[in-house]
Structures are given as structure tokens and as C-alpha cells.
Design a protein around this ligand. Structure first.
Ligand SMILES: Cc1cc2nc3c(=O)[nH]c(=O)nc-3n(C[C@H](O)[C@H](O)[C@H](O)COP(=O)(O)OP(=O)(O)OC[C@H]3O[C@@H](n4cnc5c(N)ncnc54)[C@H](O)[C@@H]3O)c2cc1C
Length: 453
């Protein structure tokens, strides 16, 4: 019997063991303190860099974008009012201990970012506390959660072979309960729950904090953590606009990395934190093993569109307002909670097919969509809309999605293959993490990869 986290830790320790024996075999050829190239300055890359910095191991970070922080992307939507919103990662979970520690160490404050959910369903608006799952389904769901720690490894693998929608149906979820679970859980995974491994979903709900890790946020913006780490390690160690396009690894211990801008770098080891789409675009010499390439081709990433809407007043009144709808805007949340101003931002958060549709429309179309959903319950909100912006992660040049989406049958085999090192390269990033899909997971894998070196 093992939990998702225990299982993964055992897997990564096993991988670490293999790596240690191969590096001690080649110790003869490499310097005691190798020089390391880190690909990517997201949370995984920066966490790896901080670890190496503390161990006095020489490194350089090559980052393709013109900014650090990757899929954590804080944005000031109103300079005068100093309203900061998140175009990428939003919530820090109560269980995300490493992130809490780093915030403490680097002088950052975590503030409450929990919400009380409202609902629009079949044309009716329900305030927080006025809606819930049926009593019968709540009992059945609790039984599934209670049984989770007792699952054998074989049972976990059997559940992984099913999608979360099917698993819920098979366990007695139906009608309105099933509709609500689809609406709520698809916001967590970024795609319909018919595309999500039942094991990945069950593990997430069984092991997460009460609010499913939607607990906190870094005061001033989550990107501040990236900035503070960059200050600590030295910005001169990070080369922006250095997109790696070719990696040549010599079995005797040297690596050479080439960038789109014509520059090249040599080192002894690589930590590659790029999302799989970007890893696959790099020309690896020698090539990546076929099963690893196949795993990269198989793994999908969630399509999420964030459409932040700046309103001249907070007409939703409740600072902890969020709302799930069965309409096109899908999910709204108050993105300027704890930020003093008369103005406020609601983010319309769409997933999967809906995200791809909304992302392609004009601002006027989006404003009308919001008005159509909110006007019957909140009045003429379009008249209060001052400004909007939009970020669609499905078209992001480097990730082509918000975070990895493990589908049915993928959680155990695919993740394991992707985690394998390739000659002198260790892989890291959210997609390989125990806390998969979270900033915490990115940090954990970055530190693990650095430790292997
Ligand atoms: C919309 C959205 C909502 C989210 N919500 C949450 C949330 O509420 N809570 C939470 O904890 N997490 C959330 N996440 C997930 C979180 O953002 C990620 O798990 C985490 O930021 C991933 O970090 P990483 O370092 O693994 O990858 P990245 O941040 O993607 O970093 C990888 C870096 O590699 C760079 N790169 C790619 N290719 C190359 C190349 N060839 N050469 C050089 N550099 C390259 C990229 O530009 C990028 O900067 C969300 C993400 C999104 C997009």
C-alpha cells in the first residue's frame, strides 16, 4: 500500500540510485564540482539554481522568454491603483510546505486567497451556502476518499486506467451531482474530467487541503518569489532570450548547448526544466530514447484561458467571491482580494474547448458573453467594465498549455518514463512532480534534480 506521494518518492529515489551509480562510474572524467546549465527560469529552474548557488556549484540559466518566472506571471492591470493579478499560477496551498519555507526565507508574505463559491446553474443564481451536492452523493464521495489510503498499488493502477468522469459514474454520481462535479473539477484540471486519469483526480482530492490547495497567494504577486530568487543567485547568472535549440552530450562527460541567438555554452551537466512540448523541439544528440519521445507525444497539457476584467466597482460585494457557471465564462473569481481600491478584477477562467473558443474572440464579444451570464443576477455589469486583458495558455509558445494533464492510463507509466535522465541531463518541472500542476511541484523537482548533481 502506498499513497500517490509515497509511490512517486520511491520511484524518484530508485532513479536517483541509478544515477548515483552511473555518475560514480564516470567520476574519473568529471570535475568534483561540475558546471551546470539549467534550461528554463521558471520555478523549477530557479529552485535548482538556488540550491546549486548554496552548494557553490557553478551554473548558468538559459531562458527562452524575455522574462523570468515562466508559467507564474503576475501582471499589474491598473498602475495607478497598483492592482496586481495573476495570468498564470494563482493559489499557494496550505500543504505546499517548501513554497511556504521559501517565502519565509526570502521575506515574502502569504495572504489568504480562499473563496466561498456561488453558482449559476440552469439559469438560476445560488449564493454561497445556498447550494450543495445531494446528501447521498456526499456520503458516497466521502467513502471513496476514506478508502483511498487503503488502496493497494494494483488497485491504484487499475483506477488510473479509467477517466475521472467514468469513475464517478461507476461510483453512483449522477444527474445534478455529476454536472456540478464536471463543472468544478474541470476548473482544477483545465479540461473536461472525461480526459483526466481517475487516479490522478482521486489522489488530488484525497491528499489536498480542505479547499483543494486554493488557500493563499504571495502578497504583491506570485512572481515576486522568482524575483527574490533571481536577486539571491544574481541576475547575471540568467541569460534571457536564450532559447536552447540543440544539446550535444558526450558520453565522457561534456555537454554543449546551442541557442537560437547563435550563442553556445559548455558544461558537465544539464538540468532541463522546459515543458515537454519545448523539450521535444530541442535537437538532442544523441537522440532521446523512443519511449521517452513517445511519452512526450502522448502527454497533453490543459488549455486554460484567463480573461481578467477590470470593473470600476466591486459589484459582487463579497471579497471572497468566486462562482462556477454552466455557461461560457465557466468560472469567475475575485482576483484583487486583499488589494485596497474601489475598483476590482474578476477573472473569467475557461478551460478546454471553451478556452480555445473564448481566446479567439474580440474584447467586445467577451464583454457581451460576460454581460449575458451576469446581467440577470448582477445588473448591467458591462457599464462598469473599464478594461480587460486576456492570456490563452493553449497557444503559449513554450508550453502549449497551462500544466500537464495526465489522461487515463498515463499517471504511472508516462510520468516514470519522462522522469528518466538522459546521459548528463536531469529533467525537472511541474509535469514530473509529486505535486503535479502546482508551483510547489516545480520547486520540488528543481531541487531534486540539483541534489542529484
Ligand atoms: C493558468 C494557470 C493557472 C495555474 N494555477 C496554479 C495555481 O493556482 N497554483 C499552483 O501552484 N500552480 C498553478 N499553475 C501551475 C504553475 O504555474 C506551474 O506548475 C509552474 O509554474 C511550472 O513551473 P516550471 O518551472 O515547471 O515550468 P515553467 O514555469 O514553464 O518554466 C520553464 C521555463 O523554461 C523556458 N523554456 C522553454 N523552452 C526553453 C528552451 N528551449 N530554452 C530555454 N528556455 C526554455 C520557459 O520559457 C519557462 O520559463 C497554473 C498555471 C497556469 C498556466
Amino acid at each position: 500500500m502506498s499513497s500517490r506521494r509515497q509511490f512517486l518518492r520511491e520511484t524518484s529515489l530508485a532513479t536517483g540510485g541509478i544515477l548515483m551509480s552511473s555518475s560514480s562510474f564516470s567520476n574519473f572524467f568529471i570535475p568534483v564540482k561540475p558546471k551546470v546549465i539549467i534550461i528554463g527560469a521558471g520555478f523549477a529552474g530557479l529552485a535548482a539554481a538556488k540550491y546549486l548557488h548554496e552548494k557553490k556549484i557553478d551554473f548558468i540559466i538559459l531562458e527562452a522568454r524575455n522574462r523570468i518566472s515562466g508559467r507564474v506571471f503576475s501582471h499589474t492591470i491598473d498602475e495607478k491603483e497598483n492592482l496586481v493579478i495573476e495570468l498564470g499560477a494563482e493559489w499557494v496551498g496550505n500543504s505546499h510546505h517548501r513554497l511556504h519555507d521559501l517565502c519565509g526565507e526570502l521575506g515574502l508574505t502569504l495572504e489568504n486567497n480562499q473563496f466561498e463559491s456561488h453558482l449559476i446553474y440552469q439559469g438560476k443564481y445560488y449564493k454561497n451556502g445556498e447550494w450543495d451536492y445531494s446528501e447521498g452523493w456526499k456520503k458516497k464521495f466521502q467513502a471513496l476518499i476514506d478508502n483511498y489510503p487503503k488502496l493497494t498499488e494494483a488497485q491504484q493502477k487499475a483506477i488510473d486506467k479509467m477517466d475521472w468522469w467514468r469513475y464517478l459514474v461507476n461510483n453512483g454520481c449522477e444527474g445534478r451531482d455529476l454536472d456540478l462535479r464536471e463543472l468544478l473539477d474541470s476548473t482544477d484540471f483545465g479540461e473536461t474530467i472525461r480526459s483526466v486519469s481517475a487516479f490522478a483526480a482521486l489522489a488530488e482530492y484525497a491528499e489536498s487541503s480542505e479547499k483543494n490547495e486554493m488557500d493563499l497567494k504571495i502578497k504583491g504577486g506570485n512572481s515576486l518569489l522568482a524575483n527574490r530568487i533571481a536577486d539571491r543567485i544574481g541576475m547575471d547568472k540568467i541569460k534571457l532570450e536564450h532559447a536552447v535549440n540543440r544539446v550535444v552530450q558526450n558520453t565522457k562527460g561534456a555537454v554543449k548547448v546551442y541557442c537560437d541567438n547563435g550563442q553556445s555554452f559548455t558544461a558537465d551537466k544539464i538540468i532541463c526544466t522546459a515543458p515537454t512540448f519545448a523539450v521535444k523541439k530541442i535537437k538532442w544528440e544523441p537522440g532521446l530514447p523512443t519511449d521517452q519521445v513517445n511519452a512526450m507525444n502522448e502527454l497533453q497539457y490543459a488549455r486554460i484561458n484567463k480573461n481578467p476584467l477590470l470593473f470600476t466597482e466591486r459589484f459582487w460585494k463579497d471579497e471572497s467571491f468566486d462562482m462556477v457557471t454552466d455557461q461560457s465564462p465557466h468560472y469567475f473569481y475575485h482576483a484583487t482580494k486583499n488589494q485596497q481600491s474601489k475598483k476590482g478584477v474578476l477573472i473569467s477562467y475557461t478551460i478546454g474547448e471553451k478556452a480555445a473558443v473564448v481566446a479567439n474572440q474580440t474584447d467586445e464579444w467577451k464583454a457581451n458573453m460576460i454581460q449575458q451570464t451576469l446581467q440577470p443576477h448582477f445588473g448591467d455589469v458591462k457599464a462598469l467594465l473599464e478594461k480587460q486583458t486576456n492570456y490563452y495558455w493553449g497557444n503559449d509558445q513554450f508550453s502549449h498549455g497551462a500544466y500537464a494533464l495526465y489522461g487515463k492510463g498515463q499517471w504511472f507509466p508516462v510520468r516514470k518514463i519522462l522522469s528518466r535522465s538522459h546521459i548528463h541531463t536531469h529533467f525537472a518541472g511541474e509535469h514530473l512532480a509529486d505535486w503535479q500542476g502546482f508551483m510547489e511541484g516545480a520547486i520540488n523537482t528543481g531541487e531534486d534534480a540539483a541534489q542529484k548533481i
